[in-house]
Design a protein around this ligand. Structure first.
Ligand SMILES: N[C@@H]1[C@@H](O)[C@H](O)[C@@H](COP(=O)(O)O)O[C@@H]1O
Length: 237
């Protein structure tokens, strides 16, 4: 695991964006795994700038997002589909048909889970996966206790995660109780992974990861068994 300590959120965003930029320059038809939340917003802004400056193009890129809430329409302001369009897709030259998010609004959720992993495999697998981390160590929406062997699946969100994500909803009670998420194994299948975390709230999770203990009680710890992970982190208590 490669650790890059940064002094600011903006520095984290620039360093993370440079890794994605290099990926797209080396392989313009990359398959990217993308994440939502506050952590990647700055990195997405950098990528938009890079595309507008002509340094990179998303023309041949395919994207797969980690997760989506169950029961929200794509068009809901709080959906991850909306988040991704507002923060990245609407501002770059990506082809809408190359954008993939799990669909949490289908009747057969189990079939959607299987189909999502199949779509990733069919595209050739994820070249570079972006991750944030929850304060309890969740990656995607894989909560503590999730099997390391998990593929895309339906999860019950913990109260801690629902509270963390309530800022995106008008009313905290509106945060869905379930989500569809790539599993830990689906994430581990990516060829390379970048995890970003900045700020006091995230420090405990980062320190836990640095302690080197691999346990299903702390989902992100399985990343210690991946051959190509870069963690970009910072912030003080
Ligand atoms: N499903 C997402 C995660 O993928 C994300 O990593 C986490 C942290 O988000 P933030 O970056 O806003 O702290 O939030 C949500 O739970």
């Amino acid at each position: 695991m490669r650790w890059i300590e940064v002094n600011s959120y903006d520095e984290m965003s620039i360093v993370a964006a440079s890794i994605f930029t290099e990926q797209l320059q080396v392989k313009p038809a990359s398959i990217l795994g993308l994440a939502t939340g506050g952590s990647p917003v700055g990195m997405y802004k950098e990528l938009v700038k890079g595309q507008q400056a002509g340094d990179i193009s998303f023309k041949d890129v395919k994207t797969f997002n980690l997760d989506e809430y169950v029961g929200l329409d794509q068009s809901s302001p709080a959906s991850y589909w909306t988040f991704m369009h507002e923060n990245l897709f609407n501002h770059v030259d990506i082809n809408e048909k190359n954008i993939h998010l799990p669909n949490g609004k289908v009747t057969n959720l189990a079939a959607e889970c299987v189909a999502y992993d199949a779509r990733i495999a069919e595209a050739g697998g994820i070249d570079l996966q972006l991750l944030g981390i929850g304060v309890n160590g969740h990656i995607g929406f894989n909560e503590p206790g999730t099997s390391f062997a998990s593929l895309t699946n339906i999860v019950e969100l913990t109260e801690s995660t629902r509270t963390e994500n309530a800022i995106y909803f008008d009313n905290p009670a509106d945060v869905p109780t379930q989500a569809i998420t790539m599993g830990i194994q689906s994430i581990m299948n990516a060829k390379a992974i970048v995890l970003i975390a900045f700020g006091e709230k995230k420090l405990e999770a980062i320190e836990k990861l640095q302690s080197g203990v691999v346990s299903e009680d702390f989902p992100a710890s399985q990343l210690l068994n991946h051959p190509n992970v870069t963690v970009i982190y910072g912030g003080t208590k």
